[in-house]
Design a protein around this ligand. Sequence first.
Ligand code: ATP
Ligand code: MG
Length: 321
Amino acid sequence: MLLSVKNLSISFETDSGRFEAVRNLSFQLDKNQVLGVVGESGCGKSITNLALMGLLPKEAIVTADELVFDGLNLLELNEKKWSVIRGKKIGMIFQDPMSALNPCFTVRYQLEEAIRNNHLGIPSDQIYPMALDLLAMVGIPDPKSRMECYPYELSGGMAQRVMIAMAISGHPKLLIADEPTTALDVTIQLQILKLLKEIQQKNNMSIIFVSHDLNVISKISDKIQVMYAGEIIETGSKEKIIKDYRHPYTNGLLHSLPGHQLHSEKLYSIPGIVPDLKNRPSGCQFAPRCQSATNDCHQNEKIQITNDNGHQWRCINPLER
Ligand SMILES: Nc1ncnc2c1ncn2[C@@H]1O[C@H](COP(=O)(O)OP(=O)(O)OP(=O)(O)O)[C@@H](O)[C@H]1O
Ligand SMILES: [Mg+2]
């Protein structure tokens, strides 16, 4: 097992009081496994990943029974120890490659700097060849001339490939990809997904892949975790979540995808909005939007998780199978 998270909670101290954005999150990730994380905006996908990178802002309060990555207790690391993990053992790519790259420096400058940071003490004559290899690995044609480009000279897809090259330059065991294809058009999206899968298999890497689009998630993931209001409400193998889902929220997410419309003339969307985390409803957090909700759903503060051979859901009235 590469990553073990038990009862992770993340709260924020704000002027109007403290609120819990992520609560009692537990999940595990194996070596070579791709975990897809899906959920609407504000469900806590990004802050969970920031906690795994030690990058949450100061006002965040993190508690957990266990947060162990590759045998290291992440809860006990100081900044110096984080710098050994970040970038090197855990790489990260974000939604908008153009804003993550520095517009003032060439691809070569930025990639070489990433290599230098991630391989301390590397002889300088090895850096450029390694940079060329990395660009070739992420499928950039004519890497020698692309190396001298500034970010504005690259397309969005090429820029994301450069970001991936930088993120894997330290041979991380885990790559966190937070909506890495959202800013790209559909054909480029597919190419990047394919590339990530190839690199993952070639390098024996694990990936946490975040998206609000279950379609995208299902193309790359082995395991899928559905988040709602800072909680995992359903998790299981890709097949279970896509074909055998039990939670009404997962059902809603799947039916709001284009091509999955219940009413062919109109795209379905889940009624209502994600609750205000500063003023959470009682009981199941999804109950106010759920068509199957009963009184118990609104009142029960301890909704048990049902576990069917690793396929888990937190729901009193799951869909029948
Ligand atoms: N620095 C902060 N201070 C206060 N609240 C914060 C802070 N950062 C995040 N939050 C809150 O934590 C919650 C989860 O945010 P997060 O960014 O993880 O959502 P997300 O699932 O990644 O959403 P999206 O799909 O829009 O990226 C949100 O309600 C957000 O407003
Ligand atoms: Mg996010």
